[in-house]
Design a protein around this ligand. Structure first.
Ligand SMILES: *Cc1c(COP(=O)(O)O)cnc(C)c1O
Length: 222
């Protein structure tokens, strides 16, 4: 199937309030433009160099409404490669990173929209905040005047057992609702980014407002 057909098959099944983010990492610019021509506007990358290279290669005047997001682990010494290009950093996973983004944004006179990445999967190594850390951080939200807190991002456990994935997403959905209740002053805090190629239907069932799809659009990565 072509990229356009893959996209169509997914978009047709999406509820109105769910945004499809096309994960283009490891795929060349031609494939991104093929998706663009099929109507896709939002793309995400997970490696700073790759994002910066693709964003620089792209003729901005020709594609003014093409939007980049960042979904990978971001080291603070790579901020400058990423922040100028993206509309959303989905993968803020430490207070240290958040503080550095705040500094960059204040110096640049910008506001940076972020999601906080929460660790919900079974894997010990997976990056992300624990739930109580997110609560503590959001109590301090006014320490970050140039950050717009837009919600949460998470990945389910790496398993084919759908009941485990279902439980992971159920948990983050419940946590999201708890935060929205606890911090009514954070009026932009309403996005839940869960769901990838193999589990996005389960994610939608549990309140996803953003799904991040790579393989099911572009095929396998090299
Ligand atoms: C690569 C990646 C995706 C997309 O994964 P697919 O299984 O190819 O859809 C989604 N989210 C993150 C954080 C990723 O790194």
């Amino acid at each position: 199937m072509s990229i356009a057909e893959n996209l169509k098959g997914i978009v047709e099944q999406l509820p109105q309030n769910v945004q499809l983010v096309a994960v283009s990492k490891f795929h060349p610019l031609e494939n991104i433009l093929e998706a663009y021509d099929a109507g896709q506007r939002v793309f995400a990358e997970s490696r700073p160099q790759e994002l910066a290279a693709k964003a620089a290669e792209l003729d901005r005047e020709k594609y003014p409404d093409l939007e980049w997001q960042f979904i990978g682990h971001l080291q603070t010494n790579k901020l400058k490669m990423v922040l100028p290009y993206v509309s959303l950093v989905q993968s803020v996973d430490s207070v240290h990173l958040l503080k550095e983004i705040q500094k960059w944004a204040a110096a640049a006179g910008r506001e940076v929209s972020v999601l906080l990445e929460v660790h919900i999967g079974a894997e010990e190594t997976k990056q992300g905040f624990h739930e109580e850390e997110v609560v503590d951080l959001l109590f301090d939200a006014d320490k970050y005047p140039n950050i717009r807190f837009c919600g949460l991002m998470a990945m389910a456990s790496h398993t084919t057992d759908e009941s485990v994935i279902d439980a992971d997403f159920e948990r983050i959905d419940t946590f999201m609702a708890y935060l929205v209740d606890l911090f009514p002053e954070l009026t932009d805090f309403n996005q839940l980014s869960i769901g990838m190629s193999d589990d996005w239907k389960i994610a939608i069932h549990h309140g996803a407002t953003i799904i991040r799809i790579g393989t099911a659009i572009f095929g396998n990565r090299e």
